[in-house]
Ligand binder design. Structure first.
Ligand code: BDR
Ligand code: CA
Length: 345
């Protein structure tokens, strides 16, 4: 039996790679996609998700629209990180597929009720819609098989403020509600949290794209170099490789702009890989709270590693992985998938 999965995303350059990873994984059955406001607005995220499914010639997977805004604060988006439409330099044609009539929160609730204990939830954006789902169905932590989230920075600087990671920064109240809800969950249902401590070690470089193109038998294989004119468009023969190249080039340039080198942190595809194979990650249990007050620390994730608060852990935080193993898997899976979807390119 394939692993049922629901994805909650703010697509997003790296979210789109996370989606591709799951679509390319034969052991995964993607039941639904929740479109969360974050990197770009929720309607733009939903359009990106539908267009990506179309590009991948995927079956009719349900795509639901999430809330327009975070629980308690106005929405902040980040087009400078992910491009005007959230997919870097890539541009999708308007997708013929239609958005679901159910809300993102309702999709979460309906799916976990239909398949109790069987679904892995994978969140790679703010947790707004998961928190809304928990308000409708407080037994969600018991009904979900496993939850894997990308977000937070623990013993590591933030990427949005000195201490905040972006997904938490956008909706701190939602993250706090989710961590609080999972405090009552048994140890084997604790959320697996992929924070910046680990996801910033997942560095994609141009050679990874070349290896993926080669695996997909897409030509030319080596398309991206640090010396290229910014914004150079891909001529890859394979449409999935072409999309990826145009999307990721933008992410390379963004990271270089912030002095991190000509590379891109692949936060979300790493979380996708962990969702399907938790064995990829070494974890440590901790009690996590999100700072909701604070004058300069609001949105900070605080982990009590040593039990100083005297409370049971409510999260398993990823503390180690082998990035090379992850990249080999990403290249194999997405490369093979691109070749299978477009065998003549
Ligand atoms: C997270 O923020 C977003 O911009 C990325 O898609 C990722 O989910 C990393 O902090
Ligand atoms: Ca994301």
């Amino acid at each position: 039996m394939r692993q049922k999965i629901i994805m909650d995303v703010d697509t997003g350059i790296d979210d789109s790679l996370g989606l591709l990873y799951v679509l390319a994984s034969p052991e995964a059955e993607l039941l639904g996609i929740v479109s969360t406001a974050g990197n770009v607005s929720a309607p733009q995220v939903a359009t990106n998700n539908l267009a990506l499914l179309e590009l991948c010639r995927a079956p009719d997977i349900e795509v639901a629209l999430g809330a327009d805004t975070p629980l308690a604060i106005p929405l902040q988006t980040t087009e400078d990180t992910h491009g005007p439409q959230g997919i870097g330099y890539a541009e999708f044609p308007l997708p013929p597929r239609r958005i679901s009539p159910r809300s993102g929160a309702q999709l979460w609730v309906d799916l976990v009720r239909e398949h109790p204990g069987e679904i892995v939830g994978l969140c790679t954006g703010p947790l707004t819609n998961l928190a809304l789902a928990l308000r409708i169905e407080p037994r969600l932590p018991q009904l979900l098989g496993r939850l894997v989230v990308m977000g937070g920075a623990f013993n590591h600087p933030g990427n949005t403020t000195p201490t905040n990671e972006w997904n938490v920064h956008v909706d701190p109240e939602a993250w706090q509600e989710v961590f609080a809800a999972f405090a009552a969950a048994p140890a084997d249902r604790r959320p697996l949290v992929c924070g910046l401590d680990i996801t910033e070690t997942i560095e994609m470089v141009p050679d990874h794209l070349a290896r993926l193109a080669e695996r997909a038998r897409s030509v030319p294989e080596h398309e991206v170099s640090e010396t290229d004119t910014p914004g150079t468009r891909s001529k890859a023969s394979n449409p999935i490789v072409r999309f990826l190249t145009d999307a990721v080039r933008f992410y390379f340039e963004f990271h270089r702009h912030y002095d991190q080198g000509y590379l891109a942190h692949m936060h979300d595809p790493f979380a996708a890989a962990v969702a399907l194979d938790p064995g990829l990650a070494r974890t440590r249990a901790a009690t996590v709270e999100v700072e909701l007050g604070g004058t300069i620390t609001r949105g900070t994730t605080v982990a009590d590693w040593a039990g100083m608060w005297g409370r049971e852990p409510n999260a398993d935080i990823v503390i180690g992985t082998d990035p090379a193993v992850f990249f080999d898997r990403l290249i194999e899976r997405v490369g093979d998938f691109a070749r299978t979807v477009y065998p003549d390119r």
